[in-house]
Every structure is written in structure tokens, then in C-alpha cells.
Design a protein around this ligand. Structure first.
Ligand SMILES: Nc1nc2c([nH]c(=O)n2[C@H]2C[C@H](O)[C@@H](COP(=O)(O)OP(=O)(O)OP(=O)(O)O)O2)c(=O)[nH]1
Length: 131
């Protein structure tokens, strides 16, 4: 199980740009990673956000359906918020971070699994689209 955090602040979504491996470098994803044996999924989200962004988050409801990943893994996204909205996330192991506006979510160069979740992420941000 891979968990990811859809962190929302001021109506925008935090995305991060992968630096590796080469086939994924430059593409965007949500903060997250593998759930360790015996670890709760919400705890894994908090741990990954601490490791990757240096921030504490509060984990909310699931976003969208599970997305199957190559190799039999599954990606499961949870809504999240910064425990302290004044603390700025840092790109510890990623190339860049971006707070994405609702109307820019669909245009970001996401990893393939995340692209599937775009409508769910837009809904989370309250984006109704152009028509
Ligand atoms: N964190 C994260 N991983 C994603 C997303 N979408 C997606 O397909 N993945 C894939 C990429 C990787 O194959 C896997 C998680 O990799 P990772 O590098 O973030 O996690 P990790 O450090 O715990 O994993 P590992 O390298 O130790 O196996 O899930 C996403 O939005 N966030």
C-alpha cells in the first residue's frame, strides 16, 4: 500500500516534483510513500509528510478510489491539512514544490496514477470546471 496526502491550504493543493528515478523525474505527485508493516495508514501519511516536507499534517478522509500501481501495489490518497498553516513545507528530497490552484490541477504533468485522480482532486478543491 502506498499512501499519499492531498494537502490543501487556502484552496490550493500541494504537489511535488520527483527528482528520481529517471522515468519519473520531472513529473508531479502527492507527498507520500510506502506504508510500513504494522503501520496505520494515517500514521504513514504523517510520517511521509514529516520526512519529505518537514511539516506536521492532520489527516482527513480518503480522496477518490484506490489506484492500482505497476507491481501489484495500490495508491490510496487522504485529504490533509498543515497542522500549522504558517509553517512552510520544504522540498527535502524532491526537485520542487508547488501550491496548485484548482484550475491548474488538470494541467500539471502528473505521474500516471495521479492523473487518474485529477477529477477527485479538483472536487476536493471545490473546482467545478469550465462547463
Ligand atoms: N509518494 C507517492 N508515490 C506515488 C504517487 N503516485 C504514484 O504512482 N506513486 C508511486 C511511485 C512509487 O512507485 C511509489 C512510492 O514511492 P516513494 O518513493 O514515494 O515511496 P517510498 O520512499 O516509501 O518507497 P520506496 O522507494 O522505499 O519503495 O508509488 C504519489 O502521488 N505519491
Amino acid at each position: 500500500m502506498i499512501v499519499g496526502a492531498a494537502i490543501v491550504r487556502d484552496g490550493t493543493l500541494l504537489a511535488q516534483q520527483r527528482a528520481y528515478p529517471s522515468e519519473a523525474a520531472g513529473l508531479w505527485e502527492l507527498p507520500g510513500g510506502r506504508v510500513e508493516p504494522g503501520e496505520r495508514e494515517d500514521a504513514a501519511v504523517r510520517r511521509e509528510c514529516a520526512e519529505e516536507l518537514g511539516v506536521a499534517v492532520e489527516v482527513g478522509a480518503r480522496v477518490g478510489a484506490d489506484v492500482p500501481l505497476p507491481g501489484g501495489k495500490v495508491l490510496r490518497i487522504f485529504a490533509a491539512e498543515l497542522a500549522d498553516p504558517a509553517v512552510r513545507p520544504r522540498a527535502v528530497e524532491h526537485r520542487a514544490l508547488r501550491w496548485v490552484a484548482p484550475d491548474a490541477v488538470a494541467g500539471l504533468d502528473w505521474l500516471p496514477a495521479d492523473r487518474i485522480l485529477v477529477p477527485d482532486l479538483e472536487r476536493l478543491l471545490g473546482f467545478t470546471g469550465s462547463g
